[in-house]
Design a protein around this ligand. Structure first.
Ligand code: AMP
Length: 473
């Protein structure tokens, strides 16, 4: 509906008159458009991660970062946006990710870019660009952040989701493949998800895969009338992907299809055999899954997925990855062996909740700082930061004036002690420490407060990440 704008009756204020004098005269001014209503929700398939949920996210961050350090990974962060052709080339045209699911667009400057649909391509690009090949090998990189796929949203499948990604460059020995699978399993288990299934397969190198692909296409063409529409298309674009289609009729065709492990060249067969021996040595139970192909162009030899132990495990893999020995060269770098995997954070959290694994609980303050009167209020702001700089977690409610209501908050929070700063204390440079359990109070000098509070608190409430330069902060 067009907005009716009343013509202003000349009631000009001096300011309006001045504005009229200086305003440039514009002809053909477009009529004001009705403002579109703001949608109070993010786009479909994306969601907020609210404070209540963050305990699970913190736990994932802590476990994944800790394991990345323990296993010698260095953190890398690459842009969310890359040139589209990086993904077209690395992930591969003909894959669902590139053909259907990529958020690709042209910038105002005309660059063709895309939101990353996975992390490895950007990391391999950075590896080449920054000449990391001169570093001592393997070069292990850890990354985490959002990725974007324009998929049909459902439980465990979003358009914006988070991954943790571990990649290692410069080592072709299958011992590294085994170690990467071990890291993936450790992450999941350290999050409290004890029952996991490790699925492995080898899809060979470009040489043996070509022979296998021809064989597979021959077989699939003979059964094409039994395939779903998508798989009929995949027969031309990405025949291996037919093997992991979840449609019942395609599953039946896939069950009798030739298997890549039966058609590996000598080198790939030995690589796979050694990998399985290492996994045995690690006591990591695995299943050889001939239908696991992972569908991205860059994979070679080892591919693997981590499924939850539940019935539904297969439908929503917790993570997966594999070797991509050809990727760095394909993108213009030196031939470089590499392997990596990604875990989906939302899926990990869904599974953590299902098995009732514990989220991380940040320590709660055991000290409350109460103030009474103008001077005390002013001083309390600084006192709070003094305590914080010394690693003491403190709660406050500076906006409240009455001591009674502040003590009510302190009680609600269940703190061990409340520090009370009134007008007298502010002048005397003292603070009252009130023991909330016994009600006992003592007055101490501000200079001695930090040490005294620390002594009274159990050490787990003193955060030790502060460095010694806290006076500079
Ligand atoms: P992929 O490389 O496609 O196998 O992705 C690696 C992991 O990311 C998967 O195992 C999932 O845990 C997660 N993931 C992939 N796609 C989605 C999605 N659309 N929504 C949520 N998580 C996803």
């Amino acid at each position: 509906m067009a907005r009716i704008v009343k013509k202003a009756v000349s009631k000009k204020t001096p300011a309006k008159k001045a504005a009229k004098k200086t305003a440039p005269k514009t002809k053909n001014v477009e009529p004001k458009k009705e403002a579109e209503p703001i949608m109070l929700q993010p786009p479909r398939g994306m969601k907020d991660i609210l404070p209540d949920e963050q305990g699970y996210w913190d736990q994932v961050r802590r476990v994944t970062e800790r394991l990345s350090r323990d296993y010698g990974f260095s953190r890398i962060d690459t842009p969310l946006v890359e040139f589209s052709n990086l993904f077209n080339r690395a992930v591969g045209e003909g894959t669902d990710i590139v053909d259907k699911e990529m958020y690709a667009f042209a910038t105002k400057g005309g660059d063709k870019v895309a939101l990353r649909p996975e992390m490895t391509a950007g990391i391999a690009r950075a590896y080449i660009q920054h000449g990391m090949s001169i570093l001592s090998k393997p070069i292990k990189l850890f990354s985490t952040g959002p990725v974007y796929r324009y998929d049909r949203p459902q439980e465990g499948r979003y358009r914006e989701f988070y991954q943790v990604n571990y990649d290692a460059f410069g080592e072709q020995d299958p011992i590294l493949d085994a170690q990467m699978i071990q890291v993936a399993a450790r992450v999941v288990q350290n999050l409290g998800i004890k029952a996991v299934q490790i699925q492995v397969n080898s899809i060979g190198c470009p040489i043996c895969r070509k022979e296998y692909k021809d064989l597979l296409v021959n077989y699939l063409e003979s059964k094409s009338n039994k395939l779903c529409q998508d798989c009929k298309r995949r027969l031309d674009t990405n025949p291996l992907r037919v093997l992991d289609c979840k449609e019942d009729k395609c599953l039946q065709v896939a069950a009798a299809a030739p298997q890549s492990v039966d058609h590996l060249c000598d080198e790939c067969r030995l690589h796979f055999k050694n990998l399985l021996e290492y996994l045995d040595e690690l006591d990591l139970p695995y299943t050889i899954n001939p239908r696991l192909v992972r569908g991205l162009d860059y994979y070679t030899k080892t591919v693997f997925e981590i499924w939850s132990g539940s019935e539904e495990g297969r439908k929503n893999a917790l993570g997966g990855g594999g070797r991509y020995d050809g990727l760095v060269k394909m993108l213009g770098g030196e031939p470089t062996s590499a392997i990596g995997f990604g875990l989906g954070v939302e899926r990990l959290i869904i599974e953590m909740k299902r098995v009732q694994a514990k989220p991380y609980r940040a320590p709660k303050p055991k000290v409350f700082l109460a103030q009474l009167g103008d001077l005390a209020k002013k001083k309390s702001l600084k006192l709070f930061s003094e305590l914080e700089k010394n690693g003491i977690l403190v709660a406050e409610s500076f906006g409240r004036g009455s001591l009674k209501s502040q003590l009510r908050v302190a009680n609600k929070l269940g703190v061990e002690m409340t520090l009370i700063l009134g007008q007298k204390e502010a002048l005397d440079k003292t603070v009252i420490i009130k023991n909330m359990a016994s009600g006992e109070q003592e007055t101490v000098s501000v200079d001695k407060l930090v040490d005294l509070v620390k002594k009274k608190l159990k050490t787990d409430n003193v955060v030790t990440y502060h460095d010694n330069n806290h006076n500079n902060g």
